[in-house]
Design a protein around this ligand. Structure first.
Ligand code: SF4
Ligand code: SF4
Length: 126
């Protein structure tokens, strides 16, 4: 799925944007994703190999490998659902305040330990 189509899928999920995000990077820690989300990230990295190299060179595995030094998301268009829920979901509070409080559980249905990939511990070489 190309990023444009991916955006369409995410817009159908109806997740509001976190308008209060200040790009502090504090919520970009250990990040789980589904296999489908990982496939979309891999496709993105094939077109942006420098991002993959930067991700693999990270030593601190407690921070998401796609958080840049400028505290920006290097895979913003294809970031996983869990990232989109931060700051707009009940129970996923932003340190600067949420800009919405939707229910997140229905959007994560089907996510289990067995089908979850932790972005931090993966090899992203392409
Ligand atoms: S959602 Fe909040 S904690 Fe996360 S980067 Fe934005 S301002 Fe920081
Ligand atoms: S994928 Fe992007 S938004 Fe999500 S934790 Fe990593 S840097 Fe943050």
């Amino acid at each position: 799925m190309n990023p444009k189509r991916m955006m369409t899928v995410y817009s159908l999920l109806n997740i509001p944007p976190h308008t209060g995000c200040r790009n502090c990077g504090a919520c970009c820690g250990i990040i789980p994703a589904t296999p489908m989300e990982v496939r979309e990230i891999e496709k993105w990295l094939q077109a942006h190999p420098g991002i993959a190299r930067a991700a693999d060179s990270r030593e601190n595995k407690t921070v998401c490998p796609f958080l840049t030094e400028a505290k920006r998301c290097a895979i913003y268009l294809v970031r996983p659902t869990i990232c989109r829920l931060q700051g707009v979901t009940m129970g996923m509070d932003c340190r600067h305040g949420n800009s919405a409080n939707i229910r997140g559980e229905p959007l994560l249905l089907g996510a289990t330990i067995d089908n979850t990939v932790i972005l931090n511990f993966r090899d992203w070489s392409v």
